[in-house]
Design a protein around this ligand. Structure first.
Ligand SMILES: [Zn+2]
Length: 672
């Protein structure tokens, strides 16, 4: 599948193929590069014009239709939020919650006028700290707002981390866990001497200084506080451990590990009523923390709390405070400019009020008729997969039955949410952005803490669903989730079946249920091997063909795809396309074989497949990805590598022996 400038010249000389010249004003043909033949490089043919019109932005390493889709989603969420804010909806409704966050988050005049005033009560409380007991009380108060620090940048929580988790020993139960935390930089960054990390150290010192100057108003005092807090975090870092040394202990034994902390009082403050066992991830850290609590001065601890209070709330505070936070973030991430305010507010809504926002998105963007159409498409694809498994001649009846049972039990969720929870007690108002974020954080925290002693409900509502984003398959619940089934950039509900079946990710996600990883999980999502040894060996042999195929692909001179690391996704691409095509072939459009936009149904099906995967990447980034042996093959290989295994592709575009896209029949792979 090599592609050289000579082939471009050749196809130019031969003229555009007939189906391209017939295509008029159709969105699939609008992306086509007519100078490339689909027999040479189907990916370039199908998306060349789109790639030319959508160059990779300066500050991005990769760019594709998924970025455009994400921009579209953001724009829609903005409109949805504006509409919600314009209404005075009843308490606890999605409109009220989103409307209040949006109205306060977008009011930059009020945010700037308020400055740090909304945090005055918290700052006063820190000023009144007289003992370690008072200090831990403030830590507990901040831990009730844990959610606020859960973003991609501020990873750790003040002093240490805690949370309620699924118990790995008994997956029906939850367990309370304690882990190390309290650091602004990475554990090893404090003592590092290499220049990139020294640059981050300096930016952190500057951030501390700016914050204390804002709080104390005196340069000398600010410098002293900054140095002391930097030193305190360095000592916490020195006491941190590498990895997870998980130790289960009785709550009473925590007093031996870290006796300076009154653990019963702490649990009470965060709302835990009954707790017997704790999972302590890094016991050594808690011993080190205990001695540091006694060794460092109370004044330094108070400054540490002040800094953390400002830092975790910075994204919701005035431009000055946020700017100082961003200057540090920029030194760490390289991001040169903050995103516009509206995008940052949508981001917060998406992450922390995901359920109400998803409800509004669903109501506004995915009407019931679209949901039901894609549900039928999903069922048609599931049925096509079942038939393929049923007719496969290489597995025993018992494995076949289990595979069919698993497909039958697969849960397919299209558009969120299917259920709703009562938000009427979440006390949001139109007074302060930062206070709204704190209120929602505390509300979610208290809800989670209350769940500690209740068994896990497998049907539990996902409080933070993904919106408009990627579809996924979850092994542990044997479930496909598709937040938004409509292909990116195509809101028109009148799409022809060829486009819908070709572009959908449903086939790919459903195929994951029986892929190289999915085969290790049963119909209920338990990890059990339900394959006979002979069937497993036969499966392995078929997958090896796919591994070999991708190992041979060379997207960059001298750099090959890793067929093994990309196996699972390649298999889902291949099987997904195969079963979507099987399902499509049962539609009226396929049977009547009517051309749309100058293309046959089969041609449109493959063009739509390429449409949903249009994208490109800088060579440096692609090289790093290939060397890093990631889970995904490059965009071009994910299209060309798959269609070349499907017989109907040859028929659709008249691919002949000798064409670069041609693969002899014996070299084609079929898993299912
Ligand atoms: Zn996948």
């Amino acid at each position: 599948m090599s592609f050289t400038s000579i082939t471009v010249l050749l196809s130019l000389a031969m003229g555009a193929p007939s189906w391209a010249s017939q295509a008029a004003q159709d969105f699939l043909s609008a992306n086509i590069d007519p100078t490339v033949s689909p027999r040479e490089d189907f990916f370039r043919y199908a998306s060349g014009e789109w790639l030319r019109r959508n160059p990779i932005p300066e500050d991005k390493a990769r760019w594709g239709i998924w970025n455009v889709a994400s921009d579209e989603t953001y724009a829609r969420l903005r409109t949805i939020s504006e509409k919600a804010a314009a209404r005075m909806a009843y308490r606890g409704s999605a409109e009220q919650l989103i409307g209040d966050v949006w109205a306060t988050g977008m009011d930059s005049a009020a945010i700037n006028k308020q400055g740090l005033a909304p945090l005055k009560l918290d700052l006063d409380r820190i000023a009144e700290v007289r003992s370690i007991r008072d200090l831990i009380d403030v830590v507990a108060m901040l831990h009730r707002r844990n959610m606020l620090t859960d973003n991609y940048f501020v990873r750790q929580r003040v002093l240490f981390d805690d949370g309620v988790e699924r118990d790995e020993i008994d997956s029906n139960q939850r367990i309370y866990s304690l882990s190390q935390g309290g650091l602004t930089m990475g554990r090893l960054a404090y003592s590092a001497t290499d220049s990139p990390r020294v640059k981050v150290q300096n930016a952190f010192r500057e951030y501390l200084f700016r914050t204390f100057l804002r709080l104390h108003g005196d340069r000398g005092k600010a410098r002293a506080s900054a140095d002391a807090v930097y030193d305190l975090e360095s000592r916490l870092a020195a006491g941190s451990e590498h990895g997870d040394m998980s130790r289960r202990m009785r709550t009473a034994d925590l007093g031996q590990l870290a006796p300076t902390i009154d653990w019963n009082r702490y649990f009470q403050q965060i709302g835990v009523t009954r707790i017997d066992a704790v999972d302590v991830r890094q016991p050594g850290f808690f011993r080190a923390l205990d001695s540091l609590l006694r060794a460092a001065s109370l004044e330094t601890w108070k400054d540490y709390l002040r800094f953390w209070l400002i830092k975790v709330n910075a994204p919701f505070l005035d431009d000055g405070t946020y700017g100082e936070f961003f200057a540090y973030k920029s030194a760490v991430t390289g991001q040169s400019q903050p995103e516009p305010r509206w995008r940052r507010v949508v981001w917060q809504e998406k992450n922390w009020l995901g359920l109400p926002l998803a409800k509004l998105y669903l109501d506004a963007e995915i009407p019931p008729n679209a949901r039901s159409r894609y549900r039928s498409v999903a069922e048609a694809i599931r049925e096509a997969f079942r038939e393929r498994v049923e007719h496969s001649d290489w597995i025993s009846d018992s494995t076949k039955d289990s595979a069919i049972h698993k497909l039958g039990r697969l849960r397919i969720t299209i558009g969120y949410p299917e259920r709703w929870i009562d938000f009427r007690t979440m006390p949001l108002r139109r007074d302060s952005y930062v206070l709204n974020m704190i209120r929602s954080a505390e509300w979610f925290h208290d809800r989670e803490i209350k769940s500690l002693n209740t068994p896990i409900d497998k049907e539990e509502v996902d409080l933070h669903p993904s919106i408009g984003g990627d579809a996924e398959y979850l092994h542990s619940s044997n479930e496909v989730r598709v937040p938004d089934p409509v292909p990116p950039g195509l809101r028109d509900q009148q799409l022809d079946d060829a486009t819908v079946y070709g572009a959908t990710w449903l086939g790919h996600e459903i195929a994951h249920a029986l892929d190289s990883e999915g085969r290790y999980y049963d119909a209920s999502g338990n990890r059990v091997d339900w394959w006979t040894a002979a069937d497993a060996a036969a499966f392995e042999k078929r997958t090896q063909g796919l591994v070999d195929q991708y190992n041979e692909l060379m997207p960059l001179e001298g750099l090959h795809v890793d067929g093994r690391s990309t196996l699972r996704e390649n298999m889902a691409d291949l099987v997904g396309l195969r079963i979507a095509l099987d399902a499509f072939k049962k539609t009226e459009q396929f049977k009547k074989n009517v051309r749309v936009g100058g293309f046959t149904p089969l041609q449109r099906f493959f063009l739509a497949y390429a449409y949903a995967r249009m994208g490109h990447e800088r060579p440096e980034s692609l090289a790093a990805r290939l060397r890093g042996r990631g889970a995904y093959a490059p965009d071009r290989e994910r299209v060309n590598g798959v269609v070349a295994n499907i017989a109907e592709f040859y028929e659709a575009f008249d691919v002949q022996p000798g064409d670069p896209m041609y693969r002899p029949e014996r070299a084609r792979v079929q898993v299912w």
